[in-house]
Design a protein around this ligand. Structure first.
Ligand code: ATP
Ligand code: MG
Length: 354
């Protein structure tokens, strides 16, 4: 298959980890007889430096024509004191919004070789393998009005959703559950919120379209507790924007390292933006120390969700497992008796394994 990939390296370690990942994608293409073409564009701080805006028109136009988008990270101290509309982060929020990427997918897996890195007990984290599907463009973070009233003595935020916005994210979650272990936990606060009651209705309505998926409803407070007491209980979790924001950060401690967590922001036709959960790590940028595995695993998600290449995605993921089992790691991971290598060397090990 021919696929066109737009790469947005961004700032800090973004260029290193995307470059390393491109190498792995080229290995996949060669191995499976695909043709991947790459086109690189600026976003974030580097775009502010080169074009005077965190999200240049060129970048948006290229992303609209892409089959998949791979992003490094944006931001850094150099741009911290710019006015709001000129912040590097605006580039990322802007591209997600302009492309209508409403579903945020964050898989979290307890890697056997890294169990000791989690602050939770190995026997609790071991075997956990879950996916959080978070609604990304509605709810409390976007609702209007949002304002101070009565001389600053009162304040209002608005939690608004349309049925359509709920339906499309719930459908995405059912489809994700189908290609995993057929178990869906819908998380809400239906004992107090009207929006959550409508959310439950939508999940109940959609259920009959996916008879093989086992569905349950869970209140967000209970889900927050279960995530750290029994994470192995979950397969796919679907929830609205704010609950998903909080739960996905909570779940990220299971792996014990920021350098291992991939993510995707996708829409119904399959276009998606894939990026590591970690930031631009300015403290180690340019030293080839950054762990590229979160970005490599994000590329595997691109193959799975945007290109429908499941075998190829499996291949990358098992190569990552194999390299860790051989105890190769970057400085952020502590593996007893392991061999510490640079970021680019670790990516090469992944390619070799494939
Ligand atoms: P942001 O606000 O962009 O999310 P942040 O302040 O939350 O950024 P990161 O940039 O993610 O933080 O970095 C947090 C810490 O984790 C830093 O010490 C950084 O060096 C480290 N870190 C982040 N990503 C990686 C990586 N891929 N490899 C190694 N260390 C990393
Ligand atoms: Mg952060």
């Amino acid at each position: 298959m021919e696929k066109h990939i737009v790469v947005l390296p961004g700032d800090g370690i973004g260029p290193e980890v995307t470059k390393a990942t491109k190498g792995v994608l080229e290995t996949v293409a060669a191995q499976f007889g695909h043709s991947f073409t790459f086109e690189t564009h600026d976003i974030g701080g580097s775009a502010i430096d080169n074009h005077g805006t965190p999200l240049p028109e060129d970048t948006v136009a290229a992303c609209k024509k892409a089959d998949g988008i791979l992003l490094g990270a944006v931001g850094g101290p150099k741009w911290d004191n710019l006015p709001g509309h000129m912040r590097p982060e605006k580039g990322l929020l802007g591209i997600r919004k302009q492309l209508g990427l409403f579903a945020n997918l964050r898989p979290v897996k307890g890697f056997d070789s890294l169990l000791h890195a989690s602050p939770l007990k190995p026997e609790v984290v071991g075997g956990s393998d879950l996916l959080i599907v978070r609604e990304l463009t509605g709810g409390l973070y976007f609702g209007e009005p949002r304002e101070r009233r009565n001389n600053g003595q009162d304040v209002v935020d608005t939690l608004a959703y349309s049925r359509h916005e709920m339906e499309r994210i719930v459908e995405q979650a059912f489809q994700s559950a189908q290609v995993r272990r057929n178990k869906l936990t819908s998380v809400d606060k239906a004992n107090v919120l009207e929006s959550s009651r409508m959310w439950r209705e939508v999940v109940e309505e959609k259920k009959s379209d996916y008879p093989e998926v086992e569905v349950e409803h869970m209140l967000v407070d209970a889900a927050a507790m279960k995530l750290v007491t029994n994470p192995g209980y979950f397969d796919v979790i679907v929830t609205e924007n704010m609950f998903g924001d909080i739960l996905s950060d909570e779940a990220s401690v299971l792996t014990g390292s920021l350098g291992m967590l991939p993510s995707a922001s996708i829409r119904q036709d399959g276009l998606g933006l894939y990026e590591p959960v970690h930031g631009s790590a300015p403290d180690i940028a340019g030293e080839d120390k950054a762990n590229p595995l979160a970005t490599i695993l994000s590329a595997a998600m691109m193959l799975r969700y945007s290109f429908n290449m499941n075998v190829e995605a499996d291949e990358i993921e098992s190569a990552v497992h194999a390299v860790l089992n051989e105890k190769y790691h970057t400085a952020d991971l502590k593996i007893e008796g392991g061999t510490q290598v640079s970021g680019s060397e670790l990516a090469k090990k992944v390619s070799e394994h494939m």
